[in-house]
Design a protein around this ligand. Structure first.
Ligand SMILES: Cc1cc2nc3c(=O)[nH]c(=O)nc-3n(C[C@H](O)[C@H](O)[C@H](O)COP(=O)(O)OP(=O)(O)OC[C@H]3O[C@@H](n4cnc5c(N)ncnc54)[C@H](O)[C@@H]3O)c2cc1C
Length: 409
């Protein structure tokens, strides 16, 4: 056991802690980052299994995220874009519903897509135009309401809400009740309109690794859990660290344990199952959504169609995501396997199951009015950052870390 001192201690090497540490280090401050895990990234991790890249839970990086775009070297991530749109299950088959502003050739098929009526499609265009003109700050200061209320206020039909929004945004918010803050909906919608959903060629973990590479190696201490915090003195399982200031960049539940002034957070969970398939079940670089189907698979994607590096040459990687109570079922693998047969027929029986990730604490619940404050009241308290203090996303985590660094500097 040892005692050491540092100028600034950052607890947590997820995206928020790394963003804070990079900004502080580049401003000339001495920083020590500790994390309980064996690698950086927090909830953004990628495993290599038999030559496949398996992100720990299906997730995407939106290349229009403003703060992330300023902080990260995006070209170095070799981001591989999805097509703008989705394949939506409707009346027994998958039909594309595209962003016709970027794929005008799909206008007729999208206008006629049976998930919604023509007025729904026109309302999407009106919403898009309104949100493209709205600055992010204005979005975050909009009146708070659940996404569902906002969609009804916009005049969307219940059918379109059920078949499209509950599928597409249910997969993003990890809840299909659409209770999540309408501000987060507006922000995400604007990001999809401005840019693309992407996968980094080396997997999602390439994002935190790029940030970690900007820190001197001796500033990062992995496998070190902070057990308690008293002012700016941290007791870890490897000894005591005394700092002049502390940035608490852990997830919302760990923040409330280490710093009881923080409110407790609720969580949205998900499960993600990966398969090796002999061929892609559909050729489009799109996410497939459940639409009017019932079954545990909420959305499905072929990561190797988006980024070929996700699978060894000649092989195909399929991911199937589950949200809500289905995630807890003890026979999840059998149920998903059965459901995949319903989506694509008996050939899915030949798919090789590679891994299942069950992530109970994937996203902090972001219902209207959730506590989204940051920064310490006094120098004896930690500056708290993390997605639970801003918005439940990569952008929210990075932005919160940069804000904590700015407040400290
Ligand atoms: C399955 C899934 C899908 C997602 N999909 C998307 C998506 O498509 N797009 C998007 O933008 N966002 C998505 N997100 C959200 C995004 O990944 C998170 O919002 C973001 O990564 C959170 O970063 P963070 O730094 O706030 O927290 P975390 O990543 O949780 O980092 C906190 C770190 O603190 C460490 N820690 C905790 N307690 C201690 C302790 N006592 N001592 C030391 N270390 C500790 C943890 O080990 C962890 O490394 C998804 C998340 C998941 C899980």
């Amino acid at each position: 056991m040892m005692r050491e001192t540092t100028d600034i201690l950052v607890v947590g090497a997820g995206l928020s802690g790394l963003a804070a540490a990079v900004r502080l280090h580049e401003a000339g401050r001495e920083v020590l980052v500790v994390d309980a895990a064996d690698a950086v990234g927090g909830r953004v991790r990628t495993d290599r299994v038999d030559g496949f890249l398996l992100d720990r839970g299906f997730q995407v990086f939106l290349d229009a995220y403003p703060e992330s775009g300023r902080l990260l070297d995006l070209p170095a991530l070799r981001l591989q874009p999805f097509e703008p749109g989705a394949l939506l299950w409707n009346r027994g088959r998958l039909r594309p519903l595209m962003d016709v502003f970027r794929r005008p050739g799909a206008l007729a098929a999208s206008a006629l897509h049976p998930a919604g009526n023509l007025f729904d499609k026109l309302r999407v265009a009106r919403l898009r135009s309104r949100l493209l003109r709205k600055a992010p700050d204005a979005i975050w200061n909009s009146p708070e309401m659940p996404t569902l209320a906002l969609l009804r206020q916009e005049g969307f039909s219940e059918r379109f809400i059920d078949h499209f929004f509950r599928s597409f945004y249910g997969g993003i918010f990890l809840e299909s009740e659409l209770e999540t803050s309408g501000r987060l909906f507006e922000f995400t919608f604007a990001m999809f309109a401005r840019g693309s959903a992407t996968l980094p060629a080396d997997g999602m973990q390439a994002i935190p690794e790029q940030l970690a590479a900007r820190l001197p190696p001796d500033t990062l201490r992995l496998g070190t859990r902070v057990l308690s915090l008293s002012g700016n003195v941290a007791q870890t399982d490897r000894g005591e660290i005394a700092a002049r200031r502390t940035v608490l960049a852990v997830d919302g539940s760990s923040a409330a344990e280490l710093f009881p002034a923080r409110p407790r957070v609720g969580w949205k969970g998900t499960a993600c199952l990966y398969y090796e398939a002999p061929a892609a079940p559909f050729p489009e670089k799109l996410i497939a959504l459940r639409g009017d189907r019932r079954g545990p698979v909420h959305n499905l994607c072929v990561p190797s169609s988006i980024a070929p590096s996700y699978a060894p040459s000649g092989k195909v990687l399929v991911s199937a995501s589950v949200i809500g109570p289905d995630c807890e079922s003890s026979d999840l693998e059998e149920r998903v396997s059965h459901d995949l047969g319903e989506w694509f027929g008996p050939e899915t029986l030949g798919w090789r199951h590679l891994a299942t990730y069950r992530i109970d604490r994937a996203l902090p619940a972001a219902t209207p009015g959730h506590a989204a404050t940051t920064c310490a009241a006094t120098a004896d308290e930690p500056l708290v950052c993390g997605d639970h203090t801003s918005s439940a996303s990569i952008e929210g985590a990075i932005l919160s870390g940069l804000r904590a660094a700015a407040a400290l500097l």
